[in-house]
Design a protein around this ligand. Structure first.
Ligand code: MN
Length: 193
């Protein structure tokens, strides 16, 4: 069965369309109005092996807060919908990814329970037009709406662009491992995840 989903969400702050295919080939179209966020989401899709289309018309005249958070919400919803019943998936995924001097780590359990742990320090307040404070907000929104346990760490690094990009790529690779299908079993003693 195809593991794909389309979600549209419209509020007074943002209007977002997301198309996600977990078994894609890295076909990516991202237009959020925030260049650095486009760059991160494109990296996420390519490294996750996903097809991804994101369109966001947000109130960027206020700031990037609503757009970044709401994209996290809709992406998380699309992920949960695309993943479906979880039969046969690896469930767990961990990946440590270097980018030059920076090292980032992502650990995932597609547990059905939303939990988010963030351990990262950045030097600047912004990367491009993206407020660094919105990085954990984006990932928290994704984890909450996808109902997954997500731990993200930057172990070390100097350059904020590298640290953020290493995080998105580590997240993508960990997710790719967790959603990989290997059989018909549901990896739980509980009967449901
Ligand atoms: Mn880059």
């Amino acid at each position: 069965m195809a593991r794909q989903a389309t979600i549209e969400r419209k509020t007074k702050e943002t209007e977002i369309q997301v198309l996600l295919d977990l078994d894609g080939t890295g076909r990516v179209t991202v237009n959020t109005g925030v260049g650095f966020l486009d760059h991160m989401l494109e990296s996420f899709a390519v490294h996750g092996g996903f097809d991804l289309s994101v369109n966001c018309m947000g109130d960027l005249d206020v700031d990037v807060h609503h757009s970044a958070e709401d994209i996290g919400i809709v992406l998380g919803q699309a992920f949960a919908k695309a993943l479906g019943e979880k039969t046969g998936i690896a469930r767990y995924g961990s990946f440590t990814l270097p980018m030059d001097e920076a090292l980032a780590q992502a650990d995932i359990d597609l547990s059905g329970r939303a939990y988010f742990v963030w351990d990262a320090v950045f030097a600047a307040e912004k990367i491009g037009a993206l407020d660094v404070q919105m990085l954990p907000e984006f990932f928290r929104a994704f984890a909450t709406n996808a109902q997954l346990t997500l731990h993200l760490r930057v172990l070390y690094g100097d350059n904020d662009h590298h640290k953020a990009e290493a995080l998105f790529k580590a997240f993508a690779h960990a997710l790719r491992i967790a959603v990989a299908r290997g059989g018909d079993a549901l990896l739980t003693t509980k009967g449901v995840i």
